[in-house]
Design a protein around this ligand. Sequence first.
Ligand SMILES: Nc1ncnc2c1ncn2[C@@H]1O[C@H](COP(=O)(O)OP(=O)(O)OP(=O)(O)O)[C@@H](O)[C@H]1O
Ligand SMILES: [Mg+2]
Length: 256
Amino acid sequence: MRSAHQLIPVSDLRELNLVEESFGYYKLQVSESNPLGKRAVFKCKDTSISEVFGYLLAQLLGVPVAEFQGVWFEKEVKLPGGYVASANHLGILIEVIPNLCLISMEQLATRDKALVAKLLSFYFFARYEWPQAFCSPTSSYVLDLERIGPVMLVDELECTLGKDIGEELSFREDEYSQTSQDYLKQILCYANELHVEGELCEEFQLISRISRETFQQNLAVKGHPYSHLLSSSFLSAVTKRQEAISQGRIGTRPSP
Ligand SMILES: Nc1ncnc2c1ncn2[C@@H]1O[C@H](COP(=O)(O)OP(=O)(O)OP(=O)(O)O)[C@@H](O)[C@H]1O
Ligand SMILES: [Mg+2]
């Protein structure tokens, strides 16, 4: 059975059957038959690795997202549109949701305060630029999760191989965790403007109680040459940001 934690190797771009389609102003690659098993947008850029982890975190926190599947290239590929993905590079397949309309947080707050609070608690884990909320005729979705967590570039890790990758990743984690309190302030301030402080506080309480084991089980990827390194780096960064919630006296400390 398919698992979102298992990154699937792709040896030939033809395995993804890509065609270009327009989504408003955007032109994105769409795949009809692929490892996800349904019609999917294919995103492959420097930040795709972050988007895969972003989807895993969103699922854990109960944020409404489309189905997804991470893949990686066993050798360099030239993608339509001129982007060259080097060996080990990640891409992500995301189920196409028909008839999506972008919705602002202000609009959403008039309909569903609990959802807005959940989204804000998730956006707290961004490094900059938040994901976007959409409504379909039947549901709400969050898309564009490529700025969740610390910077994690597989190409750069390749260059660092032979040097100390651990050091490189921990530098990225520090960079991310140093901005935690500023991020917390920003999120709290926005929650205040949207009148969802109480709901946000409840979401933060829930997040602060997530144990390290639960994070570890839910945020790990497998099947890629650097799976272990990438998973432990993302885990470490996310738990450092989680600590900022307790330090901000919004939630309680996670149980040991
Ligand atoms: N799975 C999907 N189903 C339906 N529409 C989608 C899906 N993914 C993306 N879109 C549409 O395409 C647009 C661009 O998607 P997305 O923001 O994920 O791409 P991006 O390359 O990261 O863009 P940007 O560079 O602006 O961040 C979205 O705003 C949305 O309208
Ligand atoms: Mg984007």
